[in-house]
Design a protein around this ligand. Structure first.
Ligand code: CAA
Length: 252
């Protein structure tokens, strides 16, 4: 996950060019498909950005099964559309998404979850063949944080808050949070967030991501440095220095 603190609003400005049919029942129809839980449009001057807005404002865009299936459907359509270069997934100013729908999960049994491979289809987002950008503001909690991390890039607004509060519900992250958060902000902070349910803001997330990148970069550099000791040129370079002569490198 790359996390950048930019105005999420910039990515969400409508070009107003795409035809969007809105019925009285708040169903959104685009490309012949009707969506109940998301708004789907083509945006940008060239109409080459696929735009998906999570649209359950009353429940802070809680990610019910139907919503995530619709996100998958919209991604399928954008992938098949040769004019689309990238996809943006966003929510509202108040909430990107406040997690999986707790009311929908409340009475699920182990057998239902295990037998039905609950949440498996969410992975569709991370399998997209086109770059997917999460434009996040407000709450990105639990499954909301996980959905953002499935995207290739996160642009976070100033009001963005990321968290994995599942522990406060007696469960754990179930859509990749334990794995992706560790890679995004490092093990220590990820452990703290998952074990306490505490949230971090966009600046803290960016800082943590930066520090992790630096640490990873340093590790990689060290390995590459070590690998120069397998070359004859490294030996020649140092030997030439010691012998006070010009090195005769052979690209070996
Ligand atoms: N599922 C279902 N409904 C939710 C929801 C969720 N994840 N989050 C919020 N809502 C609903 C609330 O029930 C409330 O609905 P009603 O008005 O009908 O009661 C409405 O959204 C507004 O929420 P609040 O009144 O609670 O708003 P608030 O501003 O006081 O608090 C909040 C906002 C801190 C985000 C709080 O709503 C909250 O803590 N939500 C739950 C966050 C959470 O635990 N997410 C993890 C879910 S589990 C998960 O995601 C598992 C996974 O790994 C996939």
């Amino acid at each position: 996950m790359a996390l950048l603190c930019r105005s999420a609003a910039l990515l969400c400005k409508s070009s107003r060019a795409a035809p969007l049919a809105v019925s009285a029942a708040h169903k959104y129809t685009t490309g012949g498909v009707t969506y109940d839980y998301i708004v789907v449009e083509k945006r940008g001057e060239k109409q080459n950005v696929g735009f998906i807005q999570l649209n359950r404002p009353k429940v802070l865009n809680a990610l019910c099964d139907g919503l995530m299936l619709e996100v998958g459907k919209a991604l399928d359509a954008f992938e098949a559309d040769k004019d689309i270069g990238a996809v943006v997934i966003t929510g509202s100013d108040r909430a990107f998404a406040a997690g999986a729908d707790i009311k929908e999960m409340q009475n699920r049994t182990f057998q239902e979850c295990y037998g039905g491979n609950f949440l498996a289809h969410w992975n569709r987002v991370s399998m997209s063949k086109k770059p997917v950008i999460a434009a996040v503001n407000g709450f990105a909690l639990g499954g909301g944080c996980e959905l953002a991390m499935m995207c290739d890039i996160i642009y976070a607004g100033e009001k963005a808050h990321f968290g994995q509060p599942e522990i406060l519900l007696g469960t754990i992250p179930g859509a990749g949070g334990t794995q992706r958060l560790t890679r995004a902000v490092g093990k220590s902070l990820a452990m703290e967030m998952v074990l306490t349910g505490d949230r971090i803001n966009a600046q803290e997330a960016k800082q943590a991501a930066y520090e992790l990148t630096l640490a990873e970069g340093n590790r990689l550099e060290k390995r590459l440095f070590h690998s120069t000791f397998a070359t004859e040129d490294r030996k020649e370079g140092m030997t030439a220095f010691v012998e006070k002569r010009k090195a005769d490198f052979q690209d070996k």
